[in-house]
Design a protein around this ligand. Structure first.
Ligand SMILES: *Cc1c(COP(=O)(O)O)cnc(C)c1O
Length: 345
């Protein structure tokens, strides 16, 4: 088999959720948008539910519908994009909680699904989603009269603890939620790590569950083992891969492995990336192709059967560093072609 194997450690996800939960005195939710950051929302959701998670968050109603089928009727499933045109039946039938982010959505919700649960999303400076303070001031009494399940906002700079934006958004959130008795939520993973004043009633960790920064103490969750398809010797002056970008000055042994940019091995990481044969690091040789890449294995004592891109020696943030991106993008880029293997849970 030449398909690479992505192993997802559900016990590590549960341990990471518990570790974040232990940092707060409030409820800990779980963000499972984008198929749980590429790791499988149904499997991840079920494992977290068994561990005690009761509140889940997704980006769009379709994700919420799929999650409801996987988790059954018990947990609360919140939708960040709120109540969009065309979503009314799905929100109603599958008991989703839209996080209403504008007056227009509020009207759509109360007209389309009178009495159906909803939450409120407020903008505190990120200018991405949520009602602006002025819009909220006009709507506040009407919305609070309908008993929202949650009132939330989102931090723009939570992964930079010293950034003044954090305190500024916290103060804005305190101001615009003053006197509200609905449950409040402000923090993603980074917000949890900022300290108790950011926790409120419910936290919304995502990346910290999946082993990524800023949850530096997280247990690694994903490992990726890529089969070697072929090995060959090359002589001085010979090149490897498209564009002849790698030309050797001495004899080398090159392995061709079965994953490429179509599998989320971002092409831009090319010249810097390493893969591992057990404990031994091996540099890539030449450009990353769509389905394959070359690896310099000259220093290994024997040809490996597989090489690891993600594993004990290299996590999602290391790999992100090669491409100048973040662990979130590495995880959500993980290809659909991988055989996914779950352990634990
Ligand atoms: C994605 C997201 C989260 C989770 O953020 P992490 O940084 O992955 O913990 C929480 N809240 C909102 C609104 C989000 O969009």
């Amino acid at each position: 088999m030449s398909t690479a194997t992505l192993t997802i450690d559900l016990d590590a996800i549960v341990a990471n959720w518990r570790a974040l939960n232990a940092l707060t005195g409030c409820e800990t939710g779980a963000v499972v948008k984008a198929d749980a950051y590429g790791l499988g929302a149904a499997r991840v959701g079920r494992a977290l539910m068994r561990a005690g998670a009761r509140s889940f968050f997704v980006a769009v109603a379709e994700e919420g519908a799929a999650l409801r089928q996987a988790l059954g009727p018990a947990p609360a499933i919140h939708v960040f994009s709120g109540h969009m045109a065309g979503d009314t039946d799905m929100i109603g039938d599958l008991d989703l909680i839209p996080l209403i982010n504008s007056l227009e959505q509020m009207i759509r919700h109360v007209e389309g699904l009178p009495g159906h649960p909803f939450g409120i999303q407020l903008d505190t400076g990120m200018n991405r989603l949520g009602m602006e303070p002025g819009e909220w001031a006009a709507l506040r009494d009407i919305a609070l009269g309908q008993a929202p399940r949650l009132v939330m906002s989102h931090l723009a700079c939570a992964d930079e603890p010293d950034h003044p934006m954090n305190a500024q958004q916290l103060q804005t959130f305190l101001d615009i939620t003053d006197g509200i008795d609905a449950p409040l939520s402000l923090s993603n993973t980074g917000g949890i790590l900022l300290g108790p004043e950011y926790h409120f009633d419910l936290t919304r960790p995502g990346i910290g569950l999946y082993g990524g920064l800023p949850h530096a103490d997280a247990r690694p969750v994903a490992s990726l083992e890529i089969p070697v398809i072929q090995c060959r010797n090359i002589e001085p002056g010979e090149s490897v891969g498209y564009g002849n970008s790698f030309v050797t000055e001495e004899p080398r042994r090159i392995a061709t492995i079965s994953a490429g940019y179509a599998d989320g091995v971002i092409r831009a990481m090319g010249p810097k990336a390493l893969v591992f044969a057990g404990d031994e690091a091996c540099p890539l040789a030449g450009r990353i192709s769509m389905d394959m890449m070359g690896v310099d294995i000259t220093h290994l004592s024997k040809d490996p059967k597989t090489l690891d891109l993600l594993g004990p020696h290299q996590g999602v943030d290391d790999v992100a560093g090669y491409a100048g991106t973040i662990g979130y993008e590495i995880l959500t880029s993980l290809g659909a072609r991988y055989a996914r293997r779950y352990i634990g849970g």
